[in-house]
Write a protein that binds this ligand. Structure first.
Ligand code: ADP
Length: 840
């Protein structure tokens, strides 16, 4: 720069000389003088300028020198090591930092090859580095120095070829930077990232094992990773194949959850990620077309350096279904409790109320809360002792109980509660108390009380009716007994032979009396059936024998109506379970109808067949008028006489009603079929008897023919208050001579007579005034003198209860008044026979 300026000044001076010379030539010596002076002046000016320029130059040189020194200082003070190398790569300059790096002083360094200070293992790399510098002017390489007596130092070599201003020949500036710290940091970082990777893998494994669907969101709310449950759920629901990785979670959730919860806005999600909200926790339905499902969703912020969040969806369907079920049960129970007229209660193990439903308050007027914590014991009264002890026994044994009634005084008055309860147990089977229902049973109880009272009244009325029947039976039969008995005696004509006319009158008395007796018997029987007082004495009955007897007994009525019996059951051996007397009564009744409602010259056919494993059927068919269809349903109703015009004098209209009641009471059945003008078939089905035994009803004693020699000298004592009956009995006994009858008209006298005369048999009227028959026999049985004498009870009362009582009271046998001669003979005959046998 300075030189250039000088050149310019010199050219200027040249130009000035040329001008002076031209003027000298052109203007002459004067002009030359002038020109010379002018030139000297110019030269002086130039000299001045030159001097000034020299000073300037000197100043510049000094500045450069200063700058160089400054540069050297900078070079030496630089924190990076600088090495200047020549073309043999020997060190020709080095700064202080460089010397420090290689751990030695300048004198040992200058002129030494740079590679000498490099770690032997990486020298080749350094050689390559400088080849690159030679080829392309610069290079950067990582390497390692091997400082004197120190551990190798990691460095970065950066070399650049220098220009000629750095001196003659090839020069290169190599900077050496110590990267020990960076290396340590890098190693730490890589170790950390390896550890992080392991942790991340472990975490991934752990969250893969979790049943929740989990996603990790990045700082922008995008899905960074999802767990196995998420992937599987997504696949099962045809979600995207990338499992939405990289998608904004807010939009994913909106897509997947069919009913996305409204709280879950993108804004809300970002608030969690950015720490503006502590998290989101909610439950939402997510039903699929095939399944009802619910999920709970939790979004929590990540607490690490990076913003983010963890999203977890838990399938809570099972819990929800249980909750729904529980709520339904609760609602259902609440509705039942609301709708019910009953109330519900719970008691603890000490049987103190822990809960009672609101209905209790409405029924009792008591505040339900007022009984909480109290036991029932203090409140109850009017309990049947037996019920209470049964109830307490149930409670003690923790058994369920039903319909325990008790009385409680309430603000609304006296109330009867009816409670049912079951013991309650916890899931481990531990007893926790009782729970159950309560009913206001006040009305039911009042009705029950009324019913009980009505029942007692009905029973009393029934008893009165029975007593009345029993009395009527006696009162009606006693005079009839006398009427029929004397008529029989008259007709027998033992001591007073009758004229034909008289015989006719007596016949009328007997027929009318018999009919009256039948009527009385039937009315009484029916009354007994209605009063429930009819008793059955079931025994094995041989139907064939009974039929034979009945046909025989019915011969007068067959004769009267001119019908012929056809007994097809003669050889029948069917044995049924029935009351023998009643069976006879039924058959006689049907035979009588078959005769009465037959045509003259018609037939009555009797047959027996085995119906099935349970019944024998006895059929009685007639060839009579039949029963019109429209009347058939009335046939078994009492007092229904269908053919009143024709049979007015013969029927009572009770027979079939009674027959039906009796056969059914014996476990049998009755039925019929009938055709007008062709006839009727009535059948009785008798239950079968397992034992084929001979029935007592089979014994038929034909009048006097069976009286045998055991009657000789027999003495019978008859204790009877009714004089007419005594006279009748005396008349009968006259026919049984030489058997003798003695009589007494009351119990006292009778027992005395028995003691004194020791009769073979006593006939004792049961309905004696004063000491009655039962008391009399009791006394007799206490008396050793007479207790052995057989006693036959006599009464007009044919009710089962009286007969039963007679049997139990010690009577040997029992005869119903009016006593028929044949029955008397049979009974006496049996007793005498027995006495005879036992005396032998
Ligand atoms: P009673 O014979 O005393 O009138 P029943 O109860 O035995 O009473 O019979 C009721 C009615 O049924 C009879 O009055 C009669 O009209 C009708 N009846 C009963 N048996 C027959 C029969 N075998 N054939 C036609 N009618 C009958």
């Amino acid at each position: 720069m300075v030189e250039k300026h000088q050149l310019e000044i010199e050219r200027q001076m040249q130009d000035d000389e040329d001008l002076a010379l031209r003027r000298l030539v052109l203007d002459g010596p004067q002009a030359g003088q002038h020109l010379l002076e002018e030139t000297l002046h110019n030269l002086r000016v130039h000299e001045e300028e030159l001097r000034a320029q020299n000073d300037e130059l000197q100043q510049a040189r000094e500045n450069i020198e200063k700058q160089n020194n400054k540069n050297r200082d900078l070079f030496d003070c630089a924190p990076i090591g600088y090495f200047v190398l020549d073309d043999r790569l020997s060190i020709i300059d080095v700064n202080i930092a460089g010397l420090k790096l290689i751990g030695t002083d300048r004198a040992h360094v200058m002129g030494m090859p740079f590679r000498m200070f490099v770690d032997g293992n990486v020298r080749q790399g350094v050689d390559g580095h400088f080849s690159l510098v030679r080829a392309q002017g610069n290079a950067t390489t990582e390497s390692r120095l091997s400082p004197h007596q120190k551990a190798p130092v990691p460095i970065i070599l950066k070399s650049v070829r220098l220009g000629t201003e750095w001196g003659e020949g090839w020069r290169c500036l190599t900077t050496v930077m110590d990267i020990t710290d960076r290396k340590i940091a890098e190693e730490t970082a890589s170790r950390h990232s390896a550890e992080l990777a392991i942790t991340r893998d472990k975490l991934a494994l752990i969250i893969d094992c979790m049943p929740q669907h989990i996603a990790v969101l990045d700082g922008q709310g995008r899905i960074a990773m999802v767990n196995k449950a998420w992937r599987e759920f997504s696949m099962a629901n045809n979600g995207p194949t990338n499992f939405c990785i990289g998608d904004f979670y807010g939009s994913v959730c909106g897509m997947e959850a069919i009913e996305c919860p409204p709280e879950l806005t993108p804004h809300a999600i970002l608030d969690v990620i950015n720490g503006r909200s502590s998290g989101i926790s909610l439950e939402y339905p997510c039903h699929s077309p095939t399944e009802q499902r619910w999920f709970s969703l939790d979004i929590s912020p990540l607490t690490g350096a990076e913003p983010g969040a963890v999203v977890s969806h838990t399938n809570i369907t099972a819990r929800k279904l249980i909750e729904i079920d529980a709520r339904n049960s609760r609602d259902r129970f609440a509705d039942f409790a609301k709708a019910s007229s009953d109330w519900y209660w719970e008691m603890d193990t000490e049987l103190r109320f822990t809960w009672v439903s609101g209905r209790f308050g409405a029924v009792t007027g008591l505040d339900p809360m007022s009984i909480i914590g109290k036991t029932r014991g203090s409140k109850i009264s009017e309990i049947d002792e037996a019920d209470l002890s049964r109830h307490n026994d149930d409670l003690y044994n923790r058994r369920p109980f039903k319909n325990f009634d008790y009385m409680v005084s309430t603000p609304l008055g006296r109330k009867f509660f009816r409670i049912c309860g079951v013991p309650a147990f916890d899931p481990d089977g531990g007893f926790v108390g009782y729970r159950g229902t309560g009913t206001d049973a006040t009305k039911i109880k009042e009705i029950e009380i009324q019913l009980r009272e009505s029942k007692l009244a009905a029973e009393a009325a029934n008893k009165a009716k029975s007593d009345f029947l029993s009395n009527m039976s006696h009162e009606l039969r006693t005079p009839l007994n006398a009427v029929l008995g004397f008529a029989e005696v008259l007709l027998a004509g033992y001591d007073t032979p009758l004229t034909e006319k008289q015989r006719g009158y007596v016949d009328h008395i007997l027929t009318g009396g018999s009919h009256l007796l039948d009527l009385i018997n039937e009315v009484l029987d029916l009354a007994k059936v209605e009063a429930g007082a009819m008793t059955q004495e079931m025994a094995a009955v041989n139907l064939g024998s009974v039929i034979e007897e009945c046909v025989s007994l019915s011969s007068p009525i067959f004769a009267k109506h001119e019908v012929s019996p056809v007994n097809e059951a003669v050889a029948c051996n069917a044995t049924v379970l029935a009351d023998p007397q009643r069976t006879k009564q039924l058959i006689l009744n049907l035979l009588s109808n078959a005769a009465k409602y037959n045509r003259h010259g018609g037939t009555v056919t009797i047959s027996v067949e085995a119906l099935d494993d349970h019944f024998h059927r006895l059929t009685i068919s007639d060839t009579g008028q039949g029963i019109p269809i429209h009347k058939q349903d009335q046939i078994f109703k009492p007092f229904n006489r269908l053919g009143a015009d024709k049979t007015a004098t013969e029927g009572t209209g009770i027979g079939l009603a009674l027959t039906k009641s009796i056969i059914e009471a014996m476990g049998g059945r009755i039925g019929f079929s009938s055709m007008v003008d062709e006839g009727s078939r009535f059948w009785l089905d008798f239950p079968l008897c397992d034992n084929e035994v001979e029935s007592p009803a089979a014994v038929v004693i034909d009048g006097m023919s069976k009286i045998d020699s055991h009657f000789d000298n027999g003495l019978v004592l008859y204790i009877e208050d009714n004089a007419a009956n005594v006279r009748l009995m005396e008349a009968l006994f006259e026919q049984l001579a030489p058997m003798r009858l003695i009589a007494a008209n009351n119990a006292e006298e009778g027992l005395n007579l028995a003691r004194s005369s020791q009769p073979d048999l006593i006939l004792l009227d049961i309905n004696l005034p004063g000491v009655n028959g039962f008391e009399a026999i009791a006394r007799l049985k206490e008396d050793a003198l007479i207790r052995h004498i057989p006693v036959i009870g006599l009464s007009a009362d044919a009710s089962g209860s009286t007969i039963e009582r007679a049997r139990n009271g010690g009577f040997t046998d029992y005869l119903t008044k009016p006593v028929k001669l044949s029955e008397l003979v049979r009974t006496l005959s049996r007793e005498m026979e027995y006495k005879h046998v036992s005396n032998q």
